[in-house]
Design a protein around this ligand. Structure first.
Ligand code: NDP
Length: 297
């Protein structure tokens, strides 16, 4: 691989900071004009350090933009009925506009039942079946935050996605599937690849927009990437390198830099934008619940 670096690095941290500033400004307007302070309830079960750290960052971001956090920490052995009761309480609380139950949930809890119990109007994660169905049907919906983040990042380097060959590698209901729907909404020509896809490198080589969410460290190689492509790396993988642990994406970043037109780094790409988009969804939810138009941010 030559040492020539051609790709623009999409700086998710800086773009997320701009988005948070825009959310803060819109939140101030909403509060001043309608006396509404958007509230986000985050429910954490147990003491998983990664989940705890996500929840702490989310609460900090909520406060920084002038919203109100409602944090609920339950023990890992809580039963499903107790969690459902808490969700019902949050559904009924007018100060709470968004509800997020931090995954993964312990085995005694059905994730599907909990997600389905959240009021779809407060479903800022966009995982409720009603929101997923509305997204596929082309109706207004709260879409999941990571896919929204990816579209916003792509738009920083491409004015239009219309007609572009887009490949979504991964088809999970939290990332791959909804991102494919959002790409389609932008009029890209979308292909979805998964574990049964034959000759994944050949599909990748055609893609002008390559989005990857598979959870395999540095799986996508530089020579699979179309020259000039926009590469969005959603993967978060912890690897050991010389006794030190570090986070890498699903794309071999060093190789991608030589070929792609633009690429997101890991960390510092999709991750920070996901939290910023959670704030956007909370603001949207607060506006929708008040019968107000959601700001265009
Ligand atoms: P899932 O495990 O739910 O889904 C992985 C998907 O990738 C599946 O559809 C699977 O296919 C597909 N896949 C796995 N291996 C291959 C392969 N070798 N070739 C082609 N397709 C493959 O993962 P998630 O979608 O939840 O997450 C994916 C990654 O994104 C993870 O690293 C996760 O940590 C990260 N993530 C990052 C976020 C962020 O904010 N940056 C937010 C959410 C997730 P099949 O359906 O056939 O099994």
């Amino acid at each position: 691989m030559s040492a020539k670096i051609s790709a623009k690095i999409i700086d998710g941290k800086a773009i997320a900071a701009d988005l948070r500033a825009a959310v803060k400004a819109e939140t101030q307007l909403l509060t001043a004009a309608h006396d509404i302070v958007p509230g986000l309830a985050v429910v954490l079960l147990g003491d998983d350090p990664a989940s705890r750290s996500y929840v702490t960052s989310k609460s900090r971001a909520v406060l920084e933009v002038g919203m109100r956090p409602f944090d609920h920490h339950l023990p890992a052995d809580v039963n499903e009925a107790e969690l459902l009761a808490l969700v019902q309480k949050l559904n009924a609380d007018p100060a709470v506009h968004g509800i997020l139950v931090q995954a993964p949930l312990p085995p005694q809890i059905s994730t599907n039942r909990i997600v389905a119990s959240i009021d779809p109007a407060k479903d800022v994660d966009g995982f409720h079946p009603l929101n997923a169905g509305r997204l596929v049907s082309g109706l207004p919906a709260l879409a999941p935050c990571t896919p929204i983040a990816c579209i916003k990042l792509i738009k920083t380097v491409r004015t239009s996605l219309a007609g572009c060959d887009a490949l979504m590698v991964g088809r999970s209901h939290i990332v791959g599937n909804p991102l494919a729907q959002l790409l389609l909404k932008e009029n890209a020509t979308v292909t979805i690849a998964h574990t049964r896809t034959r000759d994944l490198p050949a599909y990748c080589r055609r893609a002008e927009i390559l989005c990857v969410a598979i959870g395999h460290a540095e799986f996508i190689r530089g020579d699979w990437i179309k020259p000039g492509a926009t590469v969005i790396d959603i993967g978060i993988n912890r690897v050991d390198a010389g006794g030190k642990s570090r986070i890498v994406g699903d794309v071999n970043f060093a190789e991608a830099l030589n070929v792609a037109g633009a690429v997101t780094p890991v960390p510092g790409g999709v991750g920070p934008m996901t939290i910023a988009c959670l704030l956007v969804n909370t603001l949207r939810a607060a506006c929708m619940q008040a019968g107000l138009p959601a700001p265009e941010i």
